[in-house]
Design a protein around this ligand. Structure first.
Ligand code: SAM
Length: 246
């Protein structure tokens, strides 16, 4: 069989398309993209002339079977999404699962991912985190999801668009109160911004300047404080023993 390459593309800054990603995209038989118009512009910038095909949410289930047949017959394909790493809140899961089941080697060409980029600059605990992707669009379901996550000890990572950032911020403020939240917007772009503040102050911060509600967002919420869970056992024993010393 050929190879299926899962290739990460920039989340804003074009300089983040790795040399290896460029080489793979230039060498495969076809590139599968979410939005072929958007991807054509990216590929043109790098002088990559590889043929494009569509793989989006709506056709993934029906499109995967013939694609896997092509791979089995020897074609090599690369999957990209509009931005960042495919399969992370983006299509590709069905294709990868079917390709693996058919014995096709699936090769990662890693690179940008908004969730990881935001986590890496947030200053929130990064040793353990939970990626929750997008919150539900409807208010009642969104609040229920946040409530269900309120007791989580690990850092929560959420995606949000400009359409719902204000509503999401209000609900996060109400559920998480004093908890630290990092809002990271427009990462790697001209107006990149990231701030850490108490959850309940997030709505007021957004309201201060109209620019702050524009663009693409990652929201990170510190896990619930739990000294016993986060402190290393040795340190805890030492702290307890020191307390007893004269
Ligand atoms: N696959 C992508 C990845 O690896 O990050 C995510 C795709 S998802 C459909 C799009 C969401 O990712 C946006 O709504 C936003 O939450 C987040 N995102 C993408 N680019 C971003 C950026 N430059 N800055 C902040 N968030 C971004």
């Amino acid at each position: 069989p050929g190879h299926l390459y899962i290739v990460a593309t920039p989340i804003g800054h074009l300089g983040d398309l790795s040399p290896r990603a460029q080489a793979v995209l230039g060498a495969v038989d076809r590139i599968l993209a979410e939005d072929t118009r958007n991807s054509r512009a990216l590929l043109a910038h790098f002088g990559i002339a590889t043929r494009l095909g569509a793989l989006h949410e709506h056709n993934e289930s029906t499109a995967s079977t013939p694609l896997v047949q092509e791979l089995v017959a020897g074609a090599s394909l690369a999957l990209i999404s509009d931005a960042g790493t495919p399969l992370v809140s983006d299509p590709g899961f069905v294709l990868v699962r079917e390709a693996r089941a058919a014995g096709v080697p699936v090769i990662a060409v890693p690179g940008p991912c908004a969730a990881i980029a935001a986590l890496s600059v947030s200053g929130l605990p990064s040793d353990r985190f939970v990626f929750e992707g997008f919150l539900p669009a409807k208010a009642a379901a969104r609040r229920a999801r946040l409530q269900a996550l309120a007791g989580e000890a690990r850092t929560l990572v959420l995606y949000e668009s400009s359409h719902r950032i204000v509503e999401a911020a209000a609900d996060i403020g109400a559920v998480f109160g004093e908890r630290s939240v990092c809002l990271a917007r427009e990462l790697t772009k001209l107006y990149e911004q990231s701030v850490v503040l108490a959850a309940h102050t997030l709505p007021a911060w957004l309201a201060e300047d109209a620019h702050r509600t524009r663009g693409e967002f990652v929201l990170l919420i510190a896990g619930t404080p739990d000294d016993d869970r986060t402190e290393h056992d040795g340190e805890r024993v030492l702290r307890l023993l020191l307390r007893e010393l004269p």
